[in-house]
Design a protein around this ligand. Structure first.
Ligand SMILES: NC(=O)c1ccc[n+]([C@@H]2O[C@H](COP(=O)([O-])OP(=O)(O)OC[C@H]3O[C@@H](n4cnc5c(N)ncnc54)[C@H](OP(=O)(O)O)[C@@H]3O)[C@@H](O)[C@H]2O)c1
Length: 259
């Protein structure tokens, strides 16, 4: 953890969970390039988080900070909110991006998997939003939740993950009401953007990958930058949008059955 204060008290501050690599890192880089101070949150990817912060701080000193917390721990969301505010003194955008993803075929799902999938995808985003609501109200900031097109349409053998993302989608709509008019709350629902790493419990078989891509009207996967620019749009350029979840999926939602 860094204990320096942000260089400029006027720069807006974004906290992005799970942002050392992949989609989260793309969101961090995009907001940083737009002049934001960023807080990179991570759990295991320490080297990637520190490298990213170093790189951004070499472009603009004291503009990027890192915080390590495991959101599976019951108090982690509250602690992350407090530590973030200790560093920067303000928060203008919270992006709930951290997520665990793996199959829970019926007959094999465990209580541990349920707790883990709900902790990262639903519980931590809720308690982080609650803890940061006063700061976001003060800054008239916003929350962007990274949902999934499978919050609305199932992904076979991933029932618990889909249920957790559906909870996050409902949270988006519910908090949009509850935190208005000061804080806007929206979501981005990615389709096929980056496959999970091979040889991990999250991995998706290449035949399934091909089948998924074949059902994308735009006939390709998206990029982390596609998600990042939609997040930036919702944060910076959408003052009259709240409670919405934008699918960034090459049109796949409209062709989606059950995989
Ligand atoms: N990739 C896609 O094509 C796709 C498709 C649909 C939806 N999405 C959604 O888009 C978002 C980003 O996707 P992604 O593929 O970039 O995600 P990812 O790589 O699977 O996960 C992002 C980060 O979440 C962090 N994380 C997981 N559990 C955590 C916990 N208990 N505590 C703290 N951090 C935790 C991990 O941090 P560490 O590495 O530091 O441990 C991980 O790097 C996710 O919400 C995902 O559900 C992605």
């Amino acid at each position: 953890m860094t204990d320096h204060h942000a260089s400029s008290s006027t720069a807006k501050v974004a906290l992005v969970t799970g942002s050392a690599q992949r989609v989260g890192a793309a969101i961090i880089k995009d907001l940083h390039a737009r002049g934001w101070c960023v807080i990179i949150h991570y759990r295991h990817s320490e080297q990637a988080a520190l490298r990213l912060a170093d790189d951004l701080n070499s472009q603009r000193p004291q503009s990027a900070f890192t915080l390590k917390l495991d959101l599976q721990q019951p108090l982690a969301a509250q602690q992350l909110a407090e530590q973030a505010l200790n560093i920067t003194g303000r928060i203008d955008a919270l992006v709930n991006n951290a997520s665990t993803f793996y199959p829970t075929p019926i007959g094999e799902a465990t209580l541990d998997a349920w707790d883990d999938l709900f902790a990262s995808n639903a519980r931590a985003p809720f308690f982080l939003s609650q803890a940061l609501a006063p700061a976001l109200t003060k800054s008239r900031g916003c929350i962007v939740n990274i949902v999934d097109i499978h919050a609305r349409r199932p992904f076979k053998q991933h029932t618990v993950y889909c249920m957790a993302k559906a909870a996050l989608a409902m949270m988006t709509m519910s908090l949009a009401k509850e935190l208005a008019p000061a804080v806007r709350v929206n979501g981005v629902a990615p389709g096929a953007i980056l496959w999970p790493e091979d040889n991990t419990p999250s991995a998706i078989a290449s035949a399934t990958q091909q089948q998924i891509l074949a059902s994308v009207p735009l006939a390709r996967s998206g990029s982390p930058e596609d998600i990042a620019r939609t997040v930036a749009f919702l944060i910076e350029d959408a003052p009259y949008i709240t409670g919405q979840i934008i699918a960034v999926d090459g049109g796949r939602t409209h062709t989606l059955g059950v995989e």
